[in-house]
Design a protein around this ligand. Structure first.
Ligand code: PRP
Length: 207
């Protein structure tokens, strides 16, 4: 039996539909369920329904054999896992954005609001730019509007949140999509089962 850490929410329902199509359906799964562990013994699969940002934690620590999360979440977690496949959906970009007309002063520390503290720190460290990170957990676009930060680092999908708040992209630096990944030792011990799931996912995507 393979244990899969599945993100709850928007990405999760797309991911589950793909797993269902790949032969890993679970009759108990429906949008209203409050259960957090669901299994289908016949299909040899058990699902753990977790917050998207927690998926890499469950997989890295081995309570789940495999998991699916966005590349943004995977990078930010710095989890040591095997990334096995790009599922090709959940596409967006990591970007630096600022209010329209913003001009950077290179002599001042740049104030950066973000949920992605590690990604943002690494990005600006590569440029040798001094920054002050303001760690927020949502509505990031508000920060530069009210003067809490100079810029933001956040994901951009349709671009409508930026547009509606008069912000513009200054730089895009990380293409993002959903990734399928495995726990390192679990991949050694359950290679056949994990590769079978990988193959079924590939076929369902190509179908
Ligand atoms: C995410 C992200 C942006 C928005 C980008 O927020 O943080 O705000 O989506 O999407 P768009 O380019 O299609 O507008 P989310 O909906 O997760 O809400 P949050 O404010 O709680 O982070």
């Amino acid at each position: 039996m393979l244990t899969v850490a599945l993100p709850k929410g928007r990405l999760g329902s797309k991911v589950y539909k793909l797993l269902e199509k790949s032969g890993y359906a679970c009759p108990e799964m429906d949008d209203d369920t409050r259960k957090l562990v669901l299994e289908n013994k016949d299909a040899g699969v058990r699902y753990l329904l977790v917050k998207p940002t927690d998926v890499p934690v469950y997989v890295e620590r081995g309570v789940a054999d495999v998991g699916i999360a966005g590349k943004d979440i995977l990078e930010e977690s710095e989890a040591q896992v095997y990334e096995l496949m790009d599922l090709g959906f959940g596409k967006c970009r990591m970007a630096v954005a600022a209010p329209q007309g913003y001009v950077e002063n290179p002599d001042r520390t740049l104030r950066v609001a973000t949920k992605f503290v590690k990604i943002a720190s690494t990005h600006f460290a590569k440029k040798g730019r001094n920054i002050d990170i303001i760690n927020l957990h949502g509505s990031i676009e508000l920060a530069p509007i009210v003067g809490l930060s100079d810029v933001i680092v956040d994901i951009v999908e349709s671009g409508s949140t930026l547009r509606e708040n008069n912000l513009v992209v200054i730089e895009e630096f990380m293409p993002i999509s959903a990734r399928f990944f495995a726990n390192v030792s679990s991949y050694k011990f359950n290679e056949t089962e994990i590769n079978k799931m990988l193959q079924c996912l590939k076929e369902a995507i190509d179908d």
